[in-house]
Design a protein around this ligand. Sequence first.
Ligand code: MIC
Ligand code: SF4
Length: 646
Amino acid sequence: MGKNVTYKILQDYLCSGELTPGKEIGIKIGQTLTQDATGTMAYLEFEAMNISRVKTELSVSYVDHNTIQEGFENADDHKYLETVAAKYGIYFSRPGNGICHQVHLERFASPGKTLLGSDSHTPTCGGLGMLAIGAGGLDVAVAMAGFPFYLKAPEVIKVELKGRLKEWVSAKDVILKILSIISTKGNVGKVLEYSGEGLNTLSVPERATIANMGAEAGVTSSVFPCDEVSRSFLKAQDRDSQWRELKADTGAAYSQVITIDLSNLVPMVALPHSPGNVVPLSEVEGKRVDQVAIGSCTNSSLKDLTLVGKILKGKKVNPRVSLILSPGSRQVFSMISKNGILADIIDAGARIMESTCGFCIGNGQAPGSNAVSVRTNNRNFEGRCGTKTAEVYLVSPAIAALAALEGKFIDPLKDGSMPYPEVSEPDEFLIDDSMILPPSDKPDEVEVCRGPNIGKPPLNEPLPDKFEGEAAIKVGDMITTDHIMPAGRRLKYRSNIKKYSEFVFEGLDSEFSRRALKLKSSGLSSFIIAGESYGQGSSREHAAICPMYLGVKAVIAKSFERIHSANLINFGILPLTFVEKRDYENIDTADSLQIKDILKDLDSGRDLTLVNKTKGCSLRLRVALSPRQKEIVKAGGLLNYVKKQK
Ligand code: MIC
Ligand code: SF4
């Protein structure tokens, strides 16, 4: 049987296991990336492994999430990241150089290689034929130390693209359409692999937009072949030597085929508060808009912003609207400033931000109370923008620009007479890597700087045989890591676990942290009870580390998302699922719970029995862990486990 692109790359990097969907495999990681918000912890964990130099082909550390520098914490984190990179063989992309995924795509992505990144949107580089996977910081640290990354061999879904996009319809609408088909849950362990004649009409940055938002579906990755379009992009980035052809064999196996006729698509919008809540734009036509934010790793390529500039040229932003623009990278920023596009955008009345994540992660530009914010990024979870009562709608850059001008949603296909500006990809991008610092060639002389906010990575204790404690919180379906561990203005505590832990579940139950600590000080464990798809969204391992610090021993859910479940295991917290989903109803917050014989049942593969002492009932819980994962949890987490292996 012929091979698909995903399995060709997996085959090249396979270290252990059998390449059969659902089986655990270990793969070697060619490249890694980190960003500042997850990176400090990842490098502290790397240092704890006592390895003198990274063992990957390439590792890059980006500073893009938090550059506000309100107080010393942020700047200290940046200094730590810069010096630790210099010492251990890592390239350092300085603050201001751009968003990790955009810069990596431009300057480092290499077809046919594996990339592991401590950010859930790492699959963006799948737009250039990489198998790029998001993971927790500790998994990335372990990969930098040269150990394999473990995952279940994925089920590969073929997305067959036909036709060509109409004017005003973009790559963002393609992925929004796909999200409307496969939704944001139930896709764990799958890869979306793109093919078909429609591919020729999509540039690499457009493919990257599509691969980027595959993360919202919860898939492991999204992969595009490497073809002539990829060759032109690499050539324009002066990196044509990286090109290699990569395509699926005829008759390659796929578990499912989704066919999308690009010519039939219309502009789409994701309504509040989920990227899966997608409808055609025409359904919100005329709705008032208060804020428009253009940028993020999803949509701030040169083509995206050029299109925005051409739509805004010679016009003024509606006086009721605040228009924010954040270019994805310094390369894009510099090019639009040199070709006059930036001036058109400024003249129209836009507010220009740094090349960072900024508004996308609620780090600045929070909308007003009950405001309608139209954004080009990938997530619109409740409160993520910084304002709980705001409504965030996700659209393409062109639709966002029209909304900024009119102060309301406009569907340009409605009367069909609106002129659509043509934008083509450049033959040459502006190359200036001076803000990417290579590692030191005298690592012994580099002193790693640690500010007072930078702690040590906390360790868990080996798994006990019995948990005795309380349901410290009960939450519903699709709880995101933004609910568990808010980012935004709390971001600056990412290197200080004790402080950051005060904000666990802040928006859902501001007493959670105090309650869990109280249970811990009385020698009791905390349990989190959850519905479907627990841990959606980001890769932030703090959503496991901070609950661990507060004494959470297990999360009991109807189902889990991949990265979060791996993070729980990495920090010695048991992810358990209800054998009977209706048992979710048999536990309430503050119920007194007990699980005995954990070690014996774990080893024998039996379900665990939970006794709800408050309700006087017992129920069964499944432990869906591989033998390796069981050993990690028993050791109290991956760091303890790796230390034992050495
Ligand atoms: C996100 O988009 O949610 C983030 C912020 O980039 C996270 C990483 C983090 O929390 O630091 C992600 O996507 O993994
Ligand atoms: Fe940054 Fe937003 Fe992209 Fe996350 S999704 S990497 S916060 S731009």
